[in-house]
Structures are given as C-alpha cells and as structure tokens.
Design a binder for this molecule. Structure first.
Ligand SMILES: [Zn+2]
Length: 355
C-alpha cells in the first residue's frame, strides 16, 4: 500500500509546494482546504454535496464527539466514516482548541484536562492517551494530540508554561501511538503564541518525535493579522520539509495564500459555513458580502459569475436573498456550498500553478 507524504513539485517563486499525502482512506493532494464538520456533519451540507464541490478530506472534533454521542457509540456503529457516511479521509482535532474556547469550563493539571460538559455539566477527563484512544475508536485517518491552545494576549511566562505541558503531552501521545501499531496517522503540533523564540523552541521539541506530519496551532485566536502572518511565514519553513505541514484554523483567502507561499500544505476553518449561516458569501476579490442587502433584490446574477458551484450554476442573488429573508433552511446550504467551493477552488487553482 502507498503511504506517507511526497512533495511532487516546489514553486520557483515562493516556498510553496505541491504534494500527496496517503491516509488509510486514500490520498489527498496538497495544498488542501478541509471543511469542518465538528459534530460529524459539515453544517447544512450533505456528504454527496461535499464530494461534488471537491472536498478531499474533512475535519471533525474529538472533544465534541467524545461528549456526544461518545466514541464508543461511534465505534459500535462502525466508526466515524460509516456513521456519517463519508468514505474519504477524516482529520480529527483533539480538544486542544476547546481548552482555549471553553476556558471557564476546564481545569488543567500536569497529566490532562478535566472538562465540565457544556451539554449536561458532567465531568470528563482527557489525557494524552485517552485522546488518542478516542480517535482510534472514531477511526480518523489523521489524529491530533492533546495540547493547550494559549489565548492571544497571554504573558510570555504563561505561554511558556502552557507550551511545556503541551510538549510533555505530545511526547506521551507519540510514545503511546507507536505502541498501538495503527495505520492511523498522528500529527505533532507547535505552540508558543506570538513569541518567536518560544515558537523556535517548540519546533525543536516537537520535531524530535516521529510524527506523520506537523501542525502550527495557536494562530487565528484573535491576534492581529500581521502577527499571524509573521508566525506562519517564520515557523512553517522550520518544519521538516518531508512531512505535511498543517496550519490550524485559517480560512480567509488572504491567509491561505500567505500560508501556501510559506510552504504549508493543509488548512481548516469553520468560516465558510459560519459566514453562510449569517447570509455572507465570498465574491470576486475575496470580498465578504452580505446577500441580505436590498441592492440584491432584483439581481439576476449568480453569487459569483464564473463560479462552477451548484448554487452559482442555478440560482440568482435575488432568489438567495429571498431565501435568507424567508428563513428557509436551504439558504444556509446553498450559501455554504458556494463558500466552500470558493475556498477549495482557490486552493486547487494555486496548487495547479505550483511548479
Ligand atoms: Zn458559487
């Protein structure tokens, strides 16, 4: 069986590269944008629609699925792929982001995190080992280790302390994963906030382990865009060139372009579907525009002339604006299809130009 990651072409004008990553559910061509299906569903979009709009891989979330419906239940249902009827690769995030986003509902100690469930208040303990176990039960193709995603604005001392715990947890996860002898991949991830020297220290610590790929976490957490770009541009080239590089949580077209030029391969973000649920769409020039505006009332044009998505091939801005105002469920679906296709097509286009 084919496995691993190959860089097929590198760009002459930037650090961009074109690659192929093999997973237990087939390969993905990189750079790749990954739609997010936190709760084992990409909000408002069906699996067949995801295939039609060119999604090679989707993301789901270990923390949310472990709480509801439970990783044991999903395993009993045949694993996440069978449960949600998606037979292409799946990457699962670990719950590290929820350490950041659910700060009032968790306590961190040296060995793991205890979350108070946002659903029913019950207590759940996550350790580096149990987070791998959950993902083994889910059957995700690419697993992420438990980490601490430090909020933007944290002091250097706090960022360094969180990072030290993250490094220990990732070493534990890597050791444990090797004992399992599974074909599921495990990526390592770099933290260190906005501090360049901590980022360097994190790269040195994490790349000691034989992970299947490496991610940059702790960006897109509220920092100014210039800081995000600086971290992406300086840290990405420090990651091993023979492994896939994943920037977690970015999805704005301008950020994807910076990341790809810096040599990154994989990206995910909830933005395209979240914007769609609020009536916003990507238009030419990467503008984000609200279709609710009165100026679209009689507009017969598709969202973006020239877009090959299901929505743009059929429906006018005027009709979509009507669906939003009438609170029709199909509005979220149709706008999500366009926004996801917009980002996937952008990344596909850049990929085809690399070389
Ligand atoms: Zn479209």
């Amino acid at each position: 069986m084919n496995h691993g990651f190959s860089v097929l072409k590198t760009d002459k004008k930037s650090k961009a590269r074109r690659g192929r990553l093999w997973t237990p559910h087939g390969y993905i061509d990189t750079p790749v944008f990954m739609p997010v299906g936190t709760q084992a569903a990409v909000k408002g979009v069906l699996p067949d629609q995801l295939v039609s709009l060119g999604s090679q891989i989707i993301l789901s979330n270990t923390y949310h699925l472990a709480l509801r419906p439970g990783s044991e239940l999903i395993q009993a249902a045949g694993g996440l792929h069978a449960f949600m009827q998606w037979d292409r690769p799946i990457l699962t995030d670990s719950g590290g982001y929820q350490v950041f986003s659910l700060q009032s509902q968790r306590t961190i100690d040296a060995d793991g995190v205890v979350f108070k469930s946002h659903l029913d208040g019950s207590r759940h303990r996550f350790t580096p080992q149990t987070v791998v176990d959950h993902q083994v039960r889910l059957g995700s193709d690419i697993m992420m280790p438990l980490d601490i995603c430090t909020p933007y604005g944290a002091t250097k001392a706090q960022t360094a302390a969180d990072m030290a715990i993250t490094h220990r947890w990732e070493a534990d996860a890597a050791r444990y994963w090797h004992t399992l002898n599974t074909d599921q991949l495990l990526f390592g991830l770099v933290q260190g906030g906005m501090y360049d020297d901590l980022r360097q220290e994190s790269v040195a610590a994490i790349t000691q382990h034989a992970f299947s790929g490496f991610a940059i976490g702790g960006v897109s957490v509220g920092e100014p865009m210039a800081d995000m770009h600086r971290i992406i541009e300086t840290v990405t080239p420090q990651l091993p060139p023979d492994k896939p590089r994943y920037i977690m949580g970015i999805g704005l077209p301008e950020n994807l372009e910076v990341a790809i030029r810096s040599g990154a391969d994989m990206f995910d973000c909830v933005l395209p579907t979240r914007l769609a649920r609020h009536g916003q769409v990507f238009m030419a020039g990467h503008q984000r525009v609200s279709l609710k505006q009165a100026r679209f009332k009689l507009d017969p044009e598709p969202i973006q002339p020239g877009c090959d998505c299901y929505t743009c091939m059929r429906f006018s801005r005027g009709y979509l604006r009507h669906l939003i105002h009438a609170r029709e469920l199909s509005a979220a679906t149709l706008l999500s299809i366009h926004n996801l296709r917009y980002l996937i097509r952008l990344v596909d286009t850049i990929r085809n130009q690399i070389g």
